[in-house]
Design a binder for this molecule. Structure first.
Ligand code: AMP
Ligand code: GLY
Length: 427
């Protein structure tokens, strides 16, 4: 069985790492991949949103399953493209079709979905340039801080949290009338601020049944103590200590089941991952957002904790037999720490030689922005690699990640030294 993974980050390296362990997988391809995936799979230098190039790869390499890493190809309809093409129809795609991908592609759609299916989330209303004044009036009914969200995909930058009403009104106008986030902010969701602690829960579904994957918490800010600019994610921990059985039962009953049932009721045949961003408000889970893919770097702690054969689970998704598949997870804690280029998430340099990787012991190195240059591995992005380790506690796992990070170096390498800082006491 040959498999093609679309994407090039740490998430896709983690998919490749897990799938390479399955004896049902013969050849693995990653498009476009990175220097890490090149070691365990064949990289194909194409863009995942270039569907005709994806088609050519599937046919040339006799691919029998496609696993989609990032959201863009899903939102742009890669799964629908396969179903509408006679030569590709029989190749299963792990990831939703366009209708399901709207859960991430449109905040307004996802809020309506939650409201319709009674899934706990912040109160909200949506506005366009035509009813800006009503948007102002709605803001006046809320207490600060004010949360404004561009409806469409805005490269993770479309959410603003503002402390004053005046600022919130100004930004709403910028988004709606001056297209601050382009087309993505032609509709804006304004919602109530939820005060709590964030975590994520991941679900794999075949549209009929589901498996709840391990929980994780990521660290999005560049600076220690959760300060500074937002990034794609600087590190992650799984499981989340405060997500105990009682809390996770609430997540399953109040959120996961109604989400899967809601998709079915709405006629959305969803086959893939659902990443549920949650706020724990006094022990009660509220949905902040849905993503229609796995998180990065959350995947780098979630997948290594799954003992089951990932290909077998994907086969269950494709054939709608997921309920028959066994699924088990290690009790160990996994942590990952992202090594990033100096300057990231603003301007940074690429092409820096990375040394020390051969000295890493007892950690898994998941490559993100790396590439091979001659026989060397060089940086090729803002987030360069994630160093994942296991332990009996968060501290133990982090100690191993940081010990190995000390052996790795590249010019202007940066990383957060405090991943998990807020969770240590409870570990
Ligand atoms: P999103 O893109 O919807 O995940 O929003 C980005 C970030 O904004 C989230 O990870 C939260 O930290 C924060 N956020 C979004 N919505 C809310 C809310 N209603 N209350 C508090 N924080 C929020
Ligand atoms: N780490 C957050 C995300 O993948 O969206």
């Amino acid at each position: 069985m040959n498999i093609l993974i679309l994407g090039s980050g740490g998430r896709e390296h983690a998919f490749a790492y897990k799938l390479a362990q399955s004896n049902k997988v013969s050849q693995l391809f990653v498009a476009p991949g990175n220097a890490g995936t090149a070691k365990i799979a064949t990289n194909i230098a194409i863009n995942p949103t270039d569907f005709s190039a994806v088609k050519k790869t599937v046919i040339d390499q006799k691919i029998a399953m496609v696993v989609v890493g990032p959201e863009a190809p899903l939102v742009e309809g890669v799964h629908d493209f396969f179903l509408n093409d006679k030569e590709l129809q029989s190749v299963p795609v792990i990831g939703p079709k366009k209708d399901g991908a709207l859960l991430e592609g449109s905040k307004d759609f996802s809020k309506q979905f939650m409201e319709k299916h009674n899934i706990p989330t912040a109160k909200y209303q949506s506005f366009t340039a035509d009813n800006l004044q009503e948007g102002f009036s709605f803001l006046e009914t809320l207490n600060p801080p004010y949360v404004l969200k561009a409806d469409g995909l805005a490269a993770g930058k479309g959410v603003l949290i503002l402390n004053s009403l005046e600022e919130a009104k100004k930004e709403l106008e910028e988004m709606l009338t001056n297209q601050k986030f382009g087309e993505a902010s032609s509709t804006v969701v304004i919602e109530e601020f939820l005060d709590g602690i964030e975590l994520s829960v991941f679900v794999l579904t075949d549209g009929k049944s589901y498996k709840v994957l391990p929980s994780a918490k990521d660290y999005k800010r560049i600076g220690e103590g959760d300060t500074g600019l937002n990034t794609g994610g600087m590190g992650a921990i799984s499981p989340v200590p405060f997500a105990d059985n009682d809390f996770l039962n609430k997540v399953e009953e109040r959120i996961v089941k109604p989400t899967i049932d809601g998709l079915q009721k709405d006629g959305i045949d969803y086959r893939g991952f659902i990443f549920i961003g949650l706020m724990n408000v006094n022990g009660n889970p509220f949905v902040i957002e849905y993503n229609v893919r796995m998180g990065d770097p959350e995947t780098e702690v979630v997948l290594p904790r799954i003992n089951s054969d990932l290909y077998d689970l994907f086969e269950g998704v494709a054939q709608q037999t997921l309920s028959e598949k066994s699924f088990n997870v290690t009790d160990k804690t996994a942590t990952t720490v992202m090594l990033v280029s100096g300057g990231y998430p603003e301007a940074y340099e690429k092409g820096k030689l990375i040394s020390g990787l051969n000295e890493v012991e007892d950690s898994i190195v998941f490559h993100a922005g790396t590439k091979l240059k001659d026989d060397n591995i060089v940086s090729n992005g803002g987030r360069v690699m994630a160093i994942t380790s296991f332990g009996n506690t968060i501290n133990e796992a982090l100690e191993t990640s940081y010990k190995n990070i000390n052996k790795i170096s590249f010019d202007k390498m940066n990383y957060r030294k405090d991943i998990g800082f807020d969770l240590h006491e409870s570990s």
